[in-house]
Design a protein around this ligand. Structure first.
Ligand SMILES: [Zn+2]
Length: 412
């Protein structure tokens, strides 16, 4: 234990206490509003659906608390409990000093964290989602997904880690500028291949077929001055009955994806309004802005990493006696969240302003009324709460609360 240990433990305690407090507030707020549908939704949402959303939200939030505490215990076991030191010993028993040993250490930590996370993933899918009627996955599909994501994760991350460790070894003091540039470029490359190479490993994508919908969508795209080849339907119903739509990729790989579950829930006019919202994200350059912001932040993170990895107190303060480039990367990833959690409400705020902007865009190019009715259906069918705790929502939510979004749309 040194001063850094105490600073880290204090940050971890503060971050954990804040999350516990917010979750506690959220559960009491949702429970207090459980027996009355807010006036603005009284016509469209019945009391049973409203109660189901409250129960679902409370079940998920309570479980997230347990998950949070388990995560803290794992973090403490890896650092102060010498878990990382032990994994270092395992990798050192197999391989001599060098890049392959560093990669083995990173792979072991990644595998261990995934396995430790498995019970809570299983519980979330096969107990909570099941109980509320959302789960459509099977144990077979669940484990196939797990194997695929481990493999894809290893294929994507290990080459980048190898390159960064190599830069650290070869370039001396300024490695972090190159490391940052390589990471940003690699991130853009992964975003580019994600819709066409990675996503199809997990889901089937097919062009939208409904002729009425297609004609509507083509008129909308023309009005917005938009060329997109990849307007796709995804078989989200394989895993869950939750519906969604998203925008992904850029250049030739850009795609607007609708879950089949969403297409079943919404009328063609409502799908058009949701699509206009997604187009808004693209037209208003939200994707590029987000990329610029995260690149700027990661420039700072790389500088901090380069500084920390030269300090022996950084390793010893986190229970590690064998400094190496790979260990520094792992410690940095593990120790960062308790410090960076203060950025979370700012990131959520930024994302919510983008949601409001995309809603305004949709109101301009499609119909605000159709977007409102689509949102209400989405909230009802996904059992999303209409009455979140305001502070919890401000801290965590990437989307504004339903009431705020709909109020603005009705003004538009
Ligand atoms: Zn959006």
């Amino acid at each position: 234990m040194n001063t850094f240990s105490i600073v880290f433990l204090a940050a971890l305690a503060l971050a954990t206490a804040t999350r516990l407090w917010l979750a506690g507030r959220h559960v009491s707020h949702v429970r207090a509003h459980r027996d009355r549908v807010p006036d603005a939704f009284a016509r469209e949402i019945d009391l049973d659906s409203h109660r189901k959303a409250a129960d679902y939200t409370c079940a998920r939030t309570r479980f997230a608390l347990i998950d949070l505490l388990v995560g803290v215990a794992i973090l403490l076991a890896l650092t102060f409990g010498s878990g990382l030191q032990w994994l270092h010993a395992v990798s050192a028993a197999w391989l001599g000093e060098g890049i392959p040993r560093g990669l083995l250490l990173i792979a072991l930590v990644g595998l261990l964290l995934t396995l430790l996370d498995l019970p809570s993933d299983l519980y979330r899918t096969f107990v909570i989602e099941q109980r509320f009627g959302f789960n459509k996955s099977t144990p077979g599909l669940f484990f196939a997904d797990l194997c695929k994501s481990l493999l894809v994760g290893a294929l994507l991350l290990l080459p980048l880690a190898a390159l960064i460790i190599w830069l650290i070894r070869e370039l001396g003091d300024y490695w972090w500028i190159f490391g940052w540039a390589v990471t940003v470029a690699y991130g853009i490359f992964v975003q580019f291949i994600a819709p066409t190479v990675i996503a199809p490993l997990f889901n089937k994508f097919s062009p939208m077929e409904d002729p009425e919908l297609k004609a509507r969508v083509e008129r909308l795209l023309e009005r917005c001055g938009f060329k997109v080849k990849g307007l796709m339907k995804m078989d989200g119903s394989r895993r869950s009955s939750h519906g969604n739509a998203y925008f992904t990729g850029f250049g030739n790989s850009k795609r607007i994806v609708f879950f089949d579950t969403l297409l079943q829930q919404l009328s063609p006019a409502e799908v058009e309004a949701v699509l206009a919202h997604e187009l808004g994200h693209f037209k208003l350059r939200h994707i590029v802005k987000r990329l610029l912001l995260s690149s700027t932040l990661s420039f700072g993170f790389f500088w901090v990493l380069h500084f920390l990895m030269e300090q022996s107190w950084f390793y010893s303060g986190l229970g590690v006696a064998s400094p190496s480039a790979a260990m520094a990367l792992i410690l940095f990833m593990l120790a960062l969240p308790p410090f960076s959690f203060l950025l979370q409400p700012l990131g959520a705020l930024y994302s919510r302003t983008h949601e409001f902007e995309a809603d305004q865009y949709a109101a301009q190019y499609a119909s605000a009324r159709d977007l409102v009715s689509a949102l209400i259906k989405l909230y009802r069918d996904n059992a999303s709460t209409l009455t979140p705790d305001p502070l919890h929502s401000a801290f965590h939510d990437s989307h504004p609360p339903a009431a705020a979004r709909i109020a603005r749309l009705q003004k538009a």
